[in-house]
Ligand binder design. Structure first.
Ligand code: GAP
Length: 466
């Protein structure tokens, strides 16, 4: 059988997401808004489960990482001190005829140029060297540096003095609050601060579904260490990122760990490793880890005139902590979870109503599945319906459980397979006599008779809970 091409896989995933209410275009009734996506009933469950698993893994189960939820709009001095006002730029060119804007580095890559290590001036030189045109074949404007931070104004007047920025990374909250958190949470170095939250970047070319958007969420840890220990902690957090990838079901053959060359690192980093994932549309950055040195704490200390140094209570040594930053994009994580779980099958035999040729199934890790089990009475008739509602209401106290009595049982199984529900519970006429139901496993299709009174305990042993 021919392998389905990448575009068709992405189309199938996108269409499943829309059809089943995971993710669909934002503001759709007004024709949408470029690359804005809304997470529907199943999408929000999946996203919340990823956040919950991440928080449990990196905050709840550890003594040396504490949480933060900082304001999205920070004092603009934060972004001057952090270097984002001066350096957070992408190279931009515009089609002189259509006024469409493009990232110059992307256009050069499409022409086979290796842009790694090229400065802005190098890229400008390449434009004339290659007589570079827009993808529509038109002349391009002279390249310019485009700052990706969204600006807005605090209060009723739009003056330069009250210009503020929507944060382009969550990280600065952790640096600015470092001292307060270290003292109030009574943490000793090494320790970390974790945050999950929205970030905004005015991307020139967003796209590939939820891969690159202008509004997205990050899950970040700033881990503060003694300067002598940074290498050890860098390796440690890289391993932690690798372990996390196993938890979310990412296949090892789709992962590449890329050591970033010095000239390509962010302005604050002395070592960076990107985790890249083989998405259907290509090998792309998924996560990053950076050794930010004491760049941020020094910068904020200088700009705010506050002493952000740390005194070790045992040795009395006073030093500026250095920082290892593992960072995870939440939306890209969700996309990896979907891509890894998505499977297209020939219609499976042994189930009624298999008149169609293809079935889609999301083999989501059970902990992440939006709905853990579905209760499906074979008939809407009494007493099956009442028994079904009783079972669903009991299970809902612990898990997201759906009750569904509409359509043939084959169709209902397929609906649940498509949304990744690990278990389906069918109630038949024998249930009335023996108070037992049939539980079907999404992946093995094995069916087991389980007593209604033992259902909660049975599911407790199935690893559904985060
Ligand atoms: N604090 C460091 C930092 O922000 P980054 O590599 O610029 O580093 C971290 O971003 C992660 O955020 C990326 O690895 C990616 O997963 C996610 N990310 C960045 N830009 C994004 C965008 N436009 N859309 C979706 N996710 C994005």
């Amino acid at each position: 059988m021919a392998k389905p091409d990448a575009n068709s896989i992405m189309e199938k995933i996108t269409s499943l997401c829309k059809r089943r209410g995971f993710i669909f275009p934002g503001s759709d009734i007004y024709g949408g808004l470029a690359n804005s996506w809304d997470y529907g009933p199943l999408g929000v469950e999946l996203k919340n489960n990823i956040k919950k698993l991440w928080w449990k893994t990196f905050v709840q189960e550890r003594d040396d990482v504490v949480g933060l939820d900082a304001a999205l709009i920070m004092n603009p001095k934060v972004w001057q001190a952090s270097g984002h006002v001066a350096n957070f730029n992408d190279p931009l060119v515009e089609d002189k005829k259509t006024n469409e804007r493009y990232r110059l580095d992307h256009l050069l890559e499409e022409k086979g140029v290796n842009v790694n290590g090229l400065s802005f001036d190098d890229m400008v030189a390449k434009v004339s060297e290659l007589n570079l045109k827009s993808p529509k074949g038109n002349e391009l404007t002279a390249p310019k540096q485009f700052n990706m931070m969204f600006q807005t104004h605090l209060g009723p007047t739009a003056d330069a003095e009250n210009t503020v920025y929507l944060r382009p990374e969550t990280a600065q909250g952790m640096f600015v609050d470092f001292k307060t958190i270290q003292e109030t949470a009574r943490q000793r170095i090494p320790f970390g601060i974790a945050q999950i939250g929205h970030a905004f970047r005015n991307e020139i070319t967003p796209g590939n579904f939820i891969f690159r958007t202008r509004e997205f969420e990050q899950m970040e840890i700033e881990f503060f260490v003694h300067p002598n220990d940074w290498e050890k902690w860098f390796e440690y957090w890289l391993d932690q990122q690798k372990n996390w990838l196993t938890q979310i079901g990412a296949k090892p053959e789709n992962l590449v760990f890329h050591e970033i060359a010095p000239e390509d690192r962010a302005h604050y980093s002395k070592r960076s490793v990107d985790t890249e994932y083989q998405f259907p549309f290509g090998l792309k950055e998924l996560y990053g880890i950076a050794y930010r040195t004491d760049f941020d704490l020094q910068a904020h200390s200088k700009a705010s005139k506050q002493d952000l140094q740390y005194r070790d209570p045992l040795t009395n040594e006073v030093f500026m902590p250095h920082c290892i930053e593992p960072t995870w994009g939440l939306n890209r994580t969700l996309l990896v979870v979907l891509c890894s779980a998505f499977e297209e099958l020939d219609a499976r035999s042994g189930e009624e109503d298999t008149v169609h040729e293809k079935e889609y199934i999301l083999r989501l890790p059970k902990k992440l599945a939006p709905i853990k089990m579905a209760v499906l009475p074979l008939s809407k008739k009494e007493p099956l319906s009442t028994i079904g509602h009783e079972i669903a209401n009991k299970l809902k106290k612990s898990w997201m459980c759906q009750y569904d009595e509409t359509g043939s049982i084959g169709k209902r199984y397929r609906r649940q397979d498509e949304i990744g529900t690990p278990y389906c519970i069918t109630i038949d006429f024998d249930t009335v006599e023996d108070r037992k139901v049939t539980v079907r496993d999404r992946d093995t299709m094995a069916q087991e008779r389980v007593a209604i009174d033992e259902l909660v305990e049975w599911f407790n042993g199935k690893g559904l809970t985060i």
